[in-house]
Design a protein around this ligand. Structure first.
Ligand code: SAM
Ligand code: SF4
Ligand code: SF4
Length: 386
């Protein structure tokens, strides 16, 4: 960590119109990329995961994601006609799958705010991977509508959910979501998801030093032995509006040290390539991993970059393809769709875009030039999804 990063401050202002640099119109170069599932980017990374944002709106105003001073009634949210329809999403998803995608995560904004989302899930659930397996379909939600929707989501074909929950203390939770939403309603949502069979459930907790670090141990105690996997996420400098400061990041190593003071842990191997979380198993009295007690994870996006294995693409609500959470620009797939591109054209475009990918922002973060005070031109997390 450099000194300059310790003091780095991203100015709090609405940068979206400026940062909303017109998406690149996708060019279709001469040599076609056929979709056979063997795509690699310039760093040899395969395309495995697709995250699809289904709305840029949210009923929470988590201050690390959608600070309410910026995301207020005047904010230029996308108009309905700009959103990809479910048919358009499904058509694009098919082309991504043809290139090797095996997992789709629906996200946002708050994905459960998108009307009739179950219909999209039904359409995606019938797709098969290249090796003729069912697609792994999951969804990340703030949990506020989960109690009402869990059964219908499961019936539509959703397999699992990840629920974001930044603490168990009601006052802390209400302050962090900044809309005074009670924690008990999210807990009810998690229980409904578990009862509906939307598991194994993952719980995401963003740790912000000085805000919710006192919730680290209570959260571990609450979810240990439940079959749910709690993951602590380092607070990231995504977007351009959250006023991120390095000194508000609690490094994952510190989280693990704190947990170990009460709950012994042993490191576990990654369960699949490109996994973002480092896994730790709860140990029994003999210091061995006890599967009954389960595991926790840490996602060290800031202190330990995992760009080398990043196999994720992100499709924004309006059909821009982003290759990195920290990208400044996307590629306009909606334009292709709406101008009558064939499936082969879409697959060709996706192939070319991925083959040209060089993104590795988190590896560069610590060596980037110090903050100059110039506006940061980065897409917001609520727009491309976490
Ligand atoms: N609204 C849904 C939710 O909160 O789960 C889905 C979208 S949200 C953008 C996806 C994930 O990104 C959440 O787990 C959230 O905590 C995480 N997130 C948002 N801003 C973040 C930040 N600055 N640093 C780390 N994680 C962040
Ligand atoms: Fe909404 Fe999720 Fe962002 Fe919180 S993290 S403001 S719930 S999109
Ligand atoms: Fe992937 Fe970009 Fe994050 Fe690196 S910084 S892990 S390339 S999303």
């Amino acid at each position: 960590m450099t000194e300059s990063h310790t003091h780095r401050v991203i100015p709090l202002q609405d940068l979206r119109p400026a940062s909303f640099a017109l998406p690149q119109a996708v060019q279709l170069p001469g040599k076609r990329v056929t979709a056979i599932g063997l795509l690699q980017d310039t760093r040899g990374r395969a395309l495995h995961d697709l995250r699809i944002s289904v709305t840029d709106r949210c009923n929470f105003r988590c201050n690390y994601c959608m600070p309410k001073e910026i995301f207020n009634a005047d904010y230029p949210y996308l108009k309905h006609a700009d959103l990809l329809s479910f048919e358009e999403i499904t058509r694009l998803a098919r082309q991504f799958i043809a290139h090797g995608v095996q997992k789709i995560r629906l996200t946002g904004g708050e994905p459960l705010l998108r009307k009739n989302l179950e219909q999209l899930i039904e359409q995606l659930a019938v797709l098969r991977t290249l090796d003729d397996k069912p697609l792994d379909i999951t969804l990340t939600t703030n949990g506020s509508l989960l109690a009402r929707k869990a059964t219908a989501l499961k019936a539509a074909g959703l397999q699992r959910v990840t629920v974001s929950l930044d603490g168990l203390d009601d006052a802390v939770f209400r302050a962090m979501n900044d809309v005074d939403f009670p924690v008990t309603d999210v807990i009810d949502g998690i229980e409904a998801a578990q009862a509906a069979g939307l598991g194994p459930i993952k719980i995401n907790m963003v740790v912000k030093r000085g805000t919710n670090e006192q919730e680290i141990l209570p959260m571990a105690r609450r979810f240990r032995g439940t079959g749910m996997v709690l993951r602590y996420i380092e607070y990231m400098d995504v977007g351009a509006t959250n006023g991120w400061r390095m000194n508000e990041v609690m490094p994952s190593a510190e989280v693990i040290r704190l947990l170990q003071t009460e709950l012994p842990l042993v490191p576990l191997l990654a369960s699949q390539p490109g996994e973002t979380a480092q896994r730790w198993g709860y140990a029994d009295a003999n210091g061995h991993y006890d599967p009954q007690l389960g595991e926790v994870g840490v996602i060290s996006s800031v202190t330990q970059a995992f760009c080398h294995s990043c196999n994720r693409a992100r499709l924004s609500t309006e059909g821009q393809l982003y290759l990195c959470l920290f990208a400044e620009k996307g590629y306009d797939l909606r334009q292709l769709l709406r101008r009558g591109a064939s499936d082969a054209d879409l697959a060709n475009a996706i192939g070319h875009i991925w083959q040209g990918r060089d993104d590795h922002y988190s590896e560069l973060r610590s060596v980037l030039a110090p903050d100059t005070g110039a506006p940061v031109k980065r897409v917001e997390m609520s727009y491309i999804g976490g």
